[in-house]
Design a protein around this ligand. Structure first.
Ligand code: DC
Length: 227
């Protein structure tokens, strides 16, 4: 059967990765969560004190980019690939509110984007891939056969992220999470390099009032027609 490239972009906490993961499993495709890569670079910057409370040494991070090795390793038990930063499994550390609050700033740096986009294009060179992020349909794979653009209200998205963080025992308030979602929306859509925007040929899905299953079925139907 012919293999295609599926690009899923959209705002934070719209369930992009969940959808991408389910589609990849069904199709036997590779799944790549590119947000995890930007998060891992942010964790590296925090660990090395390039980022402190009100200070971000972007120059030091750029100089150290060659020292950052990112790798996805498939975890059989979970059924998806986990993020490894310089050999360490950082899947848990990259999902904290601390990393979330700096990652959009890190993602504005062109040198960071250039490094990650190159790695992403390499991972998808043989197609058979579902990749989610902010610039997949516009920059990473502009020729992808299927582009999905996901949206939902900020309230809905913050509630989802809040529930997820709470279930992990993270002590955050709903207001903190909502502010983080709104701040990231602003930075992601207004940055100069590869801002978040719907590709002209992308199919937009607002899932504020859709269940996970309903959304999955809509996209699966589109894919079946394409294949
Ligand atoms: O999908 P996520 O919330 O894990 O992404 C974290 C941040 O990384 C997001 O605020 C913007 C950035 N990002 C990006 O700029 N480009 C991508 N392809 C993926 C994520």
């Amino acid at each position: 059967m012919k293999k295609i490239t599926i690009a899923i972009d959209g705002y934070s906490s719209t369930g992009k990765s969940t959808l991408a993961k389910e589609l990849a499993k069904h199709l036997g495709y590779i799944f790549v969560d590119t947000g995890a890569m930007y998060r891992a670079v942010t964790l590296f910057a925090l660990d090395n004190k390039f980022i402190k409370q009100d200070f971000f040494d972007q120059k030091a991070l750029i100089e150290n980019l060659p020292n950052i090795n990112l790798e996805f390793q498939f975890n059989k038990d979970f059924g998806f690939a986990e993020m490894f930063l310089n050999g360490d499994n950082v899947e848990k550390q990259i999902r904290t509110i601390q990393v979330s609050s700096y990652v959009s700033q890190v993602a504005t740096i062109s040198e960071v984007r250039e490094k990650l986009v190159e790695q992403q294009q390499e991972m998808g060179k043989n197609k058979g891939i579902v990749m989610d992020g902010r610039d997949i349909g516009t920059v990473v794979f502009p020729n992808a056969e299927l582009k999905i653009f996901m949206t939902a209200s900020a309230q809905t998205r913050a509630q989802r992220r809040f529930d997820e963080l709470q279930s992990k025992g993270d002590e955050v308030t709903f207001e903190e999470v909502l502010k983080n979602v709104q701040d990231r929306d602003f930075i992601d859509t207004n940055r100069l390099d590869s801002p978040l925007k719907k590709a002209e040929d992308a199919i937009e899905i607002d899932n504020s009032n859709l269940s996970r299953k309903e959304q999955y079925n809509i996209v699966l139907e589109i894919i079946q027609e394409l294949l």
